[in-house]
Design a protein around this ligand. Structure first.
Ligand code: SF4
Length: 347
């Protein structure tokens, strides 16, 4: 599988399933194979991302894993849109701690045009002061033209996760569907934003469903793939669901690395509580983590993350280093058909 990944070939479904079913005796071989791929495309660099929750709680949607969902009794912070100055100062705190990308996240089904204006204002001002820092927006389902507006404001990327397999989606959310999510990832891409889309493991899904969502992500070809492990908040339908082990988390991360070898695979929410003392092993598979706290839960202190990276022999990726390998530029095909050309739209 490492050989295929190094040739950027998709593994067979059965091979991906075998990674998930590998034994504990085989685990270090799996990690070592995934490390070969990580090393080829990302060296020993770890990219740091920093989350800013710019609107928290009180969401009308019912995603069952989410502490901000409709009817959640989880005791999370609830507030409406932060002012641009507050967004900027929170984001700059992450930059000072070493983050190369700040992720501005808002609860809700999706932004209206006034919300896009509000977020764009904050992003443009932030980028004026911090031109080298990447900004990712995560605002929910996008309508036509909104990705383009965010792009014009200086936004680098847009996050919208597929979360789980299409066949499983209705079991985790009834207020929007999988197709809505995939559509937003496409809109982000078409609007000029670097697509970021990943999954949440540990919601009761089967191995088959995990392979499904990872292969669907590979089809969408996001530049970055956050892998979350369910944080089972009390007060949500999935509260108390603890099905993951540190070893299973490593197998899931390795499977994602084999399927998306040259994408930024980001170890996201739940790493501390599920991987626990095996977190440094995960750095051999992923090339990106969130620094410090998550949206509504506390993570490991940023200083401990930096210590862990150094202890495991990795280095923090600098602002002047490319994250994605050079060849991924080839995947961006300059449009040469349709409006403004002599060729028909489908040539
Ligand atoms: S994941 Fe997003 S859309 Fe779903 S309930 Fe949470 S904040 Fe709302």
């Amino acid at each position: 599988m490492a050989g295929k990944a190094l040739a950027r070939e998709l593994p067979a479904r059965a091979e991906a399933g075998k990674v998930l079913q590998s034994t504990d005796d085989e685990l270090m071989d799996v990690v070592a194979a995934a490390f070969k791929v990580r090393l080829r495309y990302f060296g020993r660099r770890v990219k740091l991302n920093y989350l800013v929750n710019i609107k928290s709680g009180l969401c009308p949607e019912d995603c069952s894993y989410c502490s901000q969902r409709l009817g959640s009794s989880a005791d999370v912070l609830k507030y409406t849109w932060l002012k641009p100055a507050e967004v900027i100062s929170s984001a700059e705190a992450g930059v000072q701690a070493g983050a190369k990308r700040v992720c501005l996240v808002a609860s809700g089904r999706g932004p209206n045009d006034a919300d896009i204006t509000r977020v764009s204002t904050a992003i443009t001002k932030f980028k004026e002061k911090n031109p080298d820092v990447e900004v990712c927006a995560c605002l929910g389902l996008l309508s036509d033209g909104q990705a383009e507006r965010l792009h014009q404001a200086g936004t680098t990327a847009y996050n919208h996760n597929l979360n789980t397999a299409e066949s499983n989606y209705k079991d985790i959310c009834t207020t929007h569907d999988y197709a809505d999510r995939a559509d937003t990832v496409q809109k982000a891409k078409q609007g000029g934003l670097s697509p970021c889309s990943g999954l949440i493991a540990g919601m009761g899904e089967t191995d088959e469903e995990l392979v499904d969502v990872v292969f669907a992500l590979r089809e969408l070809d996001p530049d970055s793939v956050p892998v979350n492990f369910l944080i089972p908040f009390e007060g949500t339908p999935l509260g108390g669901q603890w099905s993951l082990t540190p070893q299973r988390c490593l197998r899931i991360l390795a499977m994602v690395r084999f399927a998306c070898p040259d994408a930024e695979v980001r170890l996201a929410g739940g790493r501390e509580i599920h991987l626990r003392s095996l977190q440094p092993l995960a750095l051999h598979i992923v090339n990106s983590i969130f620094l410090g706290d998550y949206l509504t839960s506390e993570g490991q202190a940023g200083a401990r993350d930096l210590e862990m990276i150094a202890d495991a022999g990795f280095t923090v990726e600098g602002a002047d280093e490319r994250t994605l390998p050079e060849h991924r530029r080839d995947l961006v095909k300059v449009r040469r058909r349709g409006a403004g050309t002599a060729l028909p739209a489908n040539a």
